[in-house]
Ligand binder design. Structure first.
Ligand code: CDP
Ligand code: MG
Length: 712
């Protein structure tokens, strides 16, 4: 009998579910719910929420906070007045998988009573009572509904992660919470009432500095908001203090002992060390699934491939190992597979980013492999450089990771570093707001009516230089006036769910008459790696890229890929069903070394932002083949990131003076034009720029005269 591949296997198992299976699963889920540590304190928790308008709930990962508490509150009557329960997550995958799980637990179709919303995807309806969403999405909702009036309860989950959006959200919610409590006794102002949810009211509030939300909120009576902050870290003090001594409750977790193993000598090749450990566990240890922490999609995909390669070399009886990747940009239908129990006799290896640290709990894990690394955002305010780099985890992260092995019984954790190295790790990670570019944050706060960003009541103040730099960049982009107020362009930029620089590019393109092209370009720039270049087929993938490559740069190359794919798809659709055409498109992607998931994501983003710009009344015209006009538009949009070639072939970023190289993945890597604009800076052993286009320096002088002058 031929051995079954992982994919075939899972497809067979999940699609042929009988009625009996369905009831068995329902019963099992009920049992699991009852056994969760949090189930024992349901009544007490509901009482605590009733008695406290702000509450901090601390509980170990896996105790049932995220999936159960919203259901308890719903049952406890917190939606009775028509309000809904909103739960924010730092990560998209968590919002999606948890919403699916909770819909299943409640026995309702996803998107009805239980739903989720993330950027570019809204799976909720008028009936939705429990809504999972990313923290960034709730911030966006506040732009249109400053008092978040449809929510009776807002739960900020995973607050210990301290992502930039969580921190901003906490500050905003503090205001909204205050305002909604006060509005009970507030003055009624009918004119304001009528304008509450439109941009007009928003603009009026902008004059009101920090108390903007408060004043506007007093105009209408709102029911008070129940605010819950949930965290997996034991230290609730920082949240409690920030919310004026708010009450904190601890939920007992259930943790079995976990044996920790360290390596004897430092590992130089992390991937190889991880592979050896995975197979060592698989061949020598008893049953139980393995969770491996890796730094990102690329690393996960290559480890997955290597596992399959090595499995083929094993005798047939030892091949019962299934791999399941989980990372943020994984399509949602694949994300859920990770939660399915492994078939009898098989062992699962879950290859995850730090998403599996606390955001999602996967049942069945007994072994954890932790290389001790994580991809993190860092920001250099002096250089104005924001980049993703791989850094060592903190002690807190290492402990969270090893804890994943002891959820259901005693477990083992293999740290791929030496014990002495652990001692050198920092205790906890620096909040993201201290190591991030703040352009988007400053723009959003301004759009929310908070003009004095420097004195905003952040839970942790960001670096002052970083704020000032962001204000300066926003001014250069025309989003902020000389009086430090948000301009009309700034308002438009804040409305688009994109990086502010990309939003600006769309506005500029509508004036240049190439918005059709720029929409595509921005959608393609907003997704991870469009090109798929497996190590063993580097040559073939490079050749495939050549057929799309534009000598003028990566932006036009991305445009070519999208347009060619779209033409293929549209033609296919005239003779095939939509489903068949989608399938053919995936095949086309494979043949052309294009990452079909990324392309699909870009197509989705494109249709969403197309709707956005149409609603804003921007004119979607095409410049057809006028690539010169398009590149001039790129220069007018991305002038903050321009660089000039130096005599030695390196580039000097004009604004920061930073010396960079063109990334080898760029179509301009060899061409080395005199002057370029780029979108991304990455640091490895060198500083590289990616997504690069050739421009003429004189265009900068003409199109961004406030920054560039004619050079001698
Ligand atoms: O939020 P917290 O870490 O406290 O726990 P949770 O995410 O509510 O998870 C509670 C339980 O539900 C865990 O034991 C998970 O194994 C299970 N769960 C699941 O089986 N499938 C999901 N998609 C999510 C959670
Ligand atoms: Mg949770």
């Amino acid at each position: 009998m031929p051995s079954m591949s992982a994919n075939n296997f899972s497809r067979n198992t999940y699609h042929h579910q009988t009625k009996g299976d369905f009831f068995a699963r329902k019963q099992k889920i009920e049992q699991q719910r009852k056994n969760l540590p949090i189930a024992a304190v349901e009544r007490r928790l509901v009482e605590e929420v009733r008695n406290n308008d702000t509450l901090i709930i601390v509980g170990e990962t896996g105790s049932g906070k995220t999936t159960q508490i919203p259901q308890y509150l719903f049952k406890g009557g917190f939606c009775r007045d028509g309000g809904i329960i909103g739960i924010t997550q730092p990560r998209r995958v968590a919002a999606i998988t948890v919403a699916k799980r909770v819909a299943e637990e409640c026995g309702v179709p996803l998107g009805q009573e239980v739903g989720y919303a993330i950027r570019f995807e809204d799976v909720t309806s008028g009936q939705t009572k429990i809504k999972y969403m990313t923290d960034g999405l709730l911030l966006r909702e506040a732009l249109l509904d400053p008092y978040l009036s449809k929510y009776s309860v807002i739960i900020v989950d995973e607050a210990h992660e301290r992502t930039i959006h969580t921190d901003v959200l906490l500050g905003l919610l503090k205001n909204v919470h205050k305002a909604r409590s006060k509005s009970i006794n507030g003055v009624a102002n009918t004119e304001h009432n009528n304008n509450l949810n439109n941009g007009h009211a928003l603009e009026e509030r902008i004059d009101n500095q920090n108390d903007g939300i408060l004043k506007a909120c007093q105009a209408k009576k709102y029911s008070p908001l129940k605010l819950i902050i949930m965290s997996a870290s034991l230290d609730a003090r920082v949240f409690s203090e920030y919310f004026g001594g708010a009450r904190a409750v601890h939920v007992q977790g259930r943790q079995f002992p976990v044996d920790i193993f360290y390596t004897h000598k430092p590992e130089t090749d992390c991937i190889d060390a991880a592979l050896i450990t995975i197979f060592q566990i698989h061949l020598e240890e008893g049953p139980g699934d393995i969770l491996v922490f890796l730094t990102g999609q690329e690393e996960i995909e290559s480890v997955e491939r290597l596992i399959h390669e090595r499995l083929r070399q094993l005798p047939e009886g030892s091949r019962k190992l299934l791999t399941f990747p989980i990372f943020s940009s994984l399509p949602s239908e694949k994300q859920m597979k990770v939660f399915m129990p492994s078939p009898a006799g098989y062992r699962k290896v879950i290859l995850a980013t730090n998403i599996a640290e606390t955001s999602v709990t996967i049942p069945g894990i007994k072994y954890v492999v932790d290389p001790g690394l994580v991809k993190a955002r860092t920001y250099d305010p002096k250089m104005g450089v924001d980049s993703l780099i791989i850094v060592t985890t903190s002690k807190a992260q290492a402990l969270q990771r090893s804890g994943r092995a002891g959820r259901e019984g005693p477990g083992k954790c293999y740290r791929l570093y030496q014990e002495s190295f652990f001692e050198k790790l920092t205790d906890s990670t620096l909040p993201e707001i201290r190591r991030c570019d703040l352009l988007n944050v400053v723009l959003q706060l301004k759009a929310l009516g908070i003009d004095d960003v420097i004195n905003f009541d952040f839970i942790e103040k960001p670096d002052r230089t970083a704020i000032v730099n962001s204000l300066w960049s926003l001014y250069l982009l025309g989003a902020v006036t000389e009086e430090n107020k948000l301009s009309d362009v700034g308002h438009q930029m804040a409305r688009l769910p994109l990086d502010p620089v990309y939003s600006k590019a769309l506005i500029v393109a509508s004036q240049f008459g190439c918005l059709k092209e720029m929409l595509i370009c921005v959608a393609m720039l907003s997704v991870e790696s469009i090109f798929y270049a497996p190590r063993e087929k580097l040559e073939e993938s490079r050749n495939a890229l050549k057929s799309f490559a534009s000598p003028e740069g990566d932006h036009l190359t991305l445009l070519n890929v999208y347009l060619t794919a779209d033409e293929f798809f549209q033609k296919n659709k005239t003779v095939n069903s939509e489903e068949k055409a989608e399938k053919n498109l995936r095949k086309w992607c494979k043949d052309n070394y294009i990452n079909s998931r990324s392309l699909k994501h870009a197509r989705d983003i494109h249709s969403q932002i197309l709707r956005n710009v149409e609603q804003m009344g921007l004119c979607v015209t095409s410049c057809e083949d006028d690539t010169l006009l398009f590149r001039r538009c790129l220069a007018a949009s991305f002038f903050l990131k321009a660089a000039m070639k130096q005599p030695d072939g390196a580039y000097r970023v004009t604004l920061s003076g930073l010396i960079v190289q063109i990334h080898p993945s760029s179509v301009l890597f060899r061409a080395k034009p005199e002057c370029i604009v780029f979108n991304e800076l990455v640091h490895t052993n060198h500083s590289y720029v990616r997504n690069v286009s050739r421009i003429d320096y004189l265009w900068l002088v003409e199109l961004a005269p406030h920054l560039y002058a004619v050079q001698d």
